[in-house]
Write a protein that binds this ligand. Structure first.
Ligand code: NAP
Length: 327
């Protein structure tokens, strides 16, 4: 039977300023999906994002493996749809950097951001991970001058030039394939002689006439002045040194979890990812971690979104379980 309109759930009560049921730290796929679920459960929901919503996906040209998009979907467009969907159900987005997360004696949480303190009964941390740095001379100085961690952002600046991509994983090949639309040649520099990237990306890269591979090789320095001009390389098997003239270098050598808010609060694994159970629940009641920041994540958009949904559902059960006075 169709429910009369009057039986629709009442809107969530107006929040006391800065007080929420669910606070989500990080506005990537995991965080925005958690927000859709929490807000749709009529919980006062806030998402903190320090840069642009969408996280890593916002700078991905084409997401080809999210179910339901046989032609693929632009990552930025997808992120905008998630954002619209979260806001439609009433989630608030606060563009601010949460600097501290503290569990109060009553079991609630205080989040200290640049704009002030916020309070929540449950927190879902989806802060993701940052791309690793090589740590070689020239890398920091030439960032934004040809050193990049985002092919979709920067590849077009190097049309017709030779560029280098560092790393042998999915990111290196995925981004390298994008770079090859513009660059005349893409030199993949990898420290071993086999790639860890998935078979389909390897097939595409090996079939691409603009790709060339330099194996068993480390970058020792990035040279340049106003712009990158080349790389100093060392063969790790022979020790032979060489110079490679390139106009840009795209670095994809893995990621480090953004666990600063969690250190000392919840146990982490050896790689710095939060230990969680199957509900994304950490050892701290009411504190959940979802997406790339949690242990054993598949590090895919679809799994991050799934994690976000799981965490929000678990947070709802947690809020339901609180004594009436604390709800
Ligand atoms: P990753 O899989 O950890 O690969 C990192 C690569 O960088 C490896 O080849 C590694 O070499 C190399 N490396 C690490 N440290 C280095 C150093 N100090 N100097 C030189 N090379 C170094 O990281 P990722 O490629 O960023 O991928 C992360 C996750 O996202 C993965 O699960 C991946 O499947 C997923 N992802 C998926 C897609 C897709 O499905 N289209 C796209 C992007 C990312 P070794 O191989 O020798 O360790």
């Amino acid at each position: 039977m169709t429910q009369p309109a009057s039986s629709a759930p009442p809107p969530a009560p107006a929040p006391e300023s800065g007080h929420y049921d669910v606070a989500i730290i990080g506005g990537g796929g995991a965080g925005l999906t958690a927000a859709i679920y929490a807000a749709r459960a009529r919980r006062r929901t806030v998402v903190f994002e320090r840069r642009i919503t969408g996280g890593q996906i916002a700078t991905t040209e084409l997401v080809e493996n999210f179910p339901g998009f046989p032609e693929g979907v632009n990552g930025f467009d997808f992120a905008q749809l998630l954002l619209q969907q979260a806001e439609k159900f009433g989630a608030e987005i606060v563009y601010d950097d949460v600097r501290a997360l503290v569990r109060e004696p009553d079991g609630s949480f205080r989040l200290s951001a640049e704009s002030g303190d916020y309070h929540a009964r449950a927190v879902i941390v989806t802060a993701g991970a940052e791309y690793n740095r090589l740590g070689v001379p020239g890398e920091a100085e030439l960032t934004g001058k040809g050193v990049s961690w985002c092919a979709t952002c920067d590849a077009a600046f190097f049309k017709g030039q030779e560029v280098a991509v560092i790393g042998g994983g999915d990111s290196a090949l995925d981004e390298g394939l994008f770079v090859s639309r513009y660059a005349s040649k893409v030199h993949v520099i990898h420290r071993r002689d086999t790639l860890r990237a998935s078979a389909i990306l390897q097939e595409r890269a090996f079939a691409n006439p603009r790709f060339t591979f330099t194996w068993d090789t480390a970058v020792e320095a990035i040279h340049g002045g106003e712009q990158v001009t080349g790389l100093a390389l060392r063969n790790l098997k022979t020790g032979a040194k060489s110079e490679l003239p390139v106009g840009a270098v795209f670095i994809f050598i893995g990621q480090t979890p953004n666990n600063g808010l969690l250190a000392g609060l919840v146990p982490l694994d050896a790689g710095g990812h939060a230990l969680v159970d199957l509900n994304m629940q950490t050892a701290v009641p009411g504190l959940f971690v979802a997406g790339d920041l949690r242990t054993h994540a598949a590090r895919q958009l679809v799994s991050a979104c799934g994690d976000g949904a799981t965490a929000a559902i678990a947070a709802e059960h947690y809020l339901e379980s609180l004594p009436a006075a604390a709800k």
